[in-house]
Write a protein that binds this ligand. Structure first.
Ligand code: AMP
Ligand code: GLY
Length: 435
């Protein structure tokens, strides 16, 4: 079976790597891929923002299955178009992907379906923002509607600051283009958790939980990034919590999206805040918590996926096919016990301005250690075949250990210590909440 994977980050490297282990997969093609993926399988160039170009590519490659990695092609309706052509694709339709592509849709959906989320107000003008702010205490969260690659959320310490952030979103100064709608949101505190479920339109099957590290600096300081590291352990999601999140969040999403005529097929990524609350419904690491949904994404997380696939025992192709065929209710997704951890090596300056084209050395060869894998995010091979940086996040150094998180982290950091490129930065405290 031939599979085409769309995307070119660490998440797609992880998906490609896992698919290549599937007994029924004979060929994997990745578009556009990156330097690391191209060392393992064939890559072809494509612009992930160009719907027609992607459709032409799928028709030319004629795979048995297309897997869409990032949110942009999903929000453009790539899966709808491929389905209309009779081509099999994994991922939600454009209407279902609004759970991620429109924060105002997601918030209204959660409100009308009773999914726990922070109190909010939708505003379409600055006057409305000023008016609505009166019912919010500080800090208050200001969010732009639409995809903004993590840059559309500002946590404001004063109402004045919130008004300025909203003004900059409406005018286009903050994000490069003007937004029509803004969500004001109550500020929540607690530990964050990324919960993933595989959905087939009717059923949500729990996959895994992971914790991301969004801030660039150690101790969760500095600006937000795409994610500087992640880990997945058994302790992160005890059975009672998995059952609660599946029943009260993921399965509600799938049931209600189906009822509204926009069934959800693909990976549902629930960004959860575990708010400490003595009367909360479940026990967290430090006492009772009330899980609240911060956001939905309609795809795998990056870098959470790199950690999760290292623990995944279930065949990834089987997962994708069962979601498309509506048979996920018969699937149990199995993870190896223990832990996996992923540490991102990023370019100096990221998430601000950074240079590219730096030579990367010290990446261990893929076959030397089965418990360690260096997934590539922003890399490219130059004409002479040497590896160069080509993005903000460069490598996702990932290790798994049956002994637990400390052991997995030690293995990832030991590998990272051998890797060099000019300006390389990484966080030394991945997993600190758990240790
Ligand atoms: P989002 O894109 O909505 O997940 O927001 C990105 C990040 O902003 C989240 O991962 C949180 O760290 C933070 N955030 C978003 N909404 C809230 C909120 N209501 N309270 C506190 N932090 C938030
Ligand atoms: N790691 C967060 C995301 O993929 O959106």
């Amino acid at each position: 079976m031939k599979v085409l994977v769309l995307g070119g980050g660490g998440r797609e490297h992880a998906v490609v790597w896992k698919l290549l282990q599937s007994p029924r997969v004979t060929e994997v093609v990745c578009a556009p891929g990156n330097g690391g993926i191209s060392q393992e399988t064939r890559c072809v160039g494509v612009d992930l923002g160009d719907l027609e170009a992607m459709i032409r590519l799928v028709q030319a490659e004629s795979p048995d299955l297309t897997v869409v990695g990032p949110e942009l092609p999903l929000s453009l309706g790539l899966v709808d178009r491929l389905n209309a052509l009779g081509l099999r694709a994994f991922g939600p339709t454009k209407a279902a992907a609004r759970l991620e592509s429109s924060k105002s849709f997601a918030k209204s959906f959660m409100q009308r379906t009773g999914i726990p989320t922070a109190a909010y107000a939708l505003c379409t003008s600055l006057d409305e923002v000023r008016d609505q702010l009166r019912s919010f205490s500080v800090p208050v969260v200001v969010k732009a509607d639409g995809l903004a690659a993590g840059k559309g959320v500002v946590i404001c310490e004063t109402h004045r600051e919130a008004e300025m952030a909203a003004a900059q979103m409406f005018s286009g100064v903050l994000l490069g283009s003007a937004v029509d709608e803004i969500v004001l949101e109550e500020f929540l505190t607690g530990e964050e958790l990324s919960f993933f479920a595989l959905c087939d339109g009717k059923t949500a099957v729990p996959l895994a939980a992971a914790q991301d590290h969004k801030r660039v600096g150690e101790g969760d300081t500095g600006p937000n990034t795409g994610g500087m590291g992640a880990y997945s352990t058994d302790a992160l999601m005890p059975p009672a919590m998995q059952e609660w999140l599946t029943a009260n969040v993921a399965q509600v999403v799938v049931r209600e999206m189906d009822r509204e005529g926009t069934p959800f097929t693909g990976i549902l990524f629930c960004g959860i805040m575990m708010v400490p609350d003595a009367r909360g419904p479940i026990l967290g690491r430090h006492g009772a918590v009330r899980p609240m949904v911060l956001e939905f994404n309609t795809r795998f997380g990056d870098p959470e996926t790199q950690a999760i696939v290292m623990r995944l025992e279930t065949d990834l192709l089987e997962m994708f096919e069962s979601a498309i065929d509506g048979t996920a209710d018969r699937l149990t997704i199995k993870l190896r016990p223990g832990a996996a951890a992923c540490v991102i090596a990023a370019s100096g300056g990221y998430p601000g301005k950074y240079d590219m084209g730096k030579v990367v050395t010290g990446v261990p060869s893929p076959t030397s250690n089965a418990a360690l894998k260096v997934f590539h995010s922003g890399t490219a091979l130059d004409k002479s075949g040497s590896l160069r940086t080509a993005g903000g996040r460069v490598l996702a150094v990932t290790a798994t250990a049956s002994g637990g998180l400390k052991e997995a982290l030690a293995a990832a950091y030991a590998a990272l210590d051998q890797i060099r490129f000019d300006g390389m930065q990484f966080r030394r405290d991945i997993g600190w909440h758990a240790l």
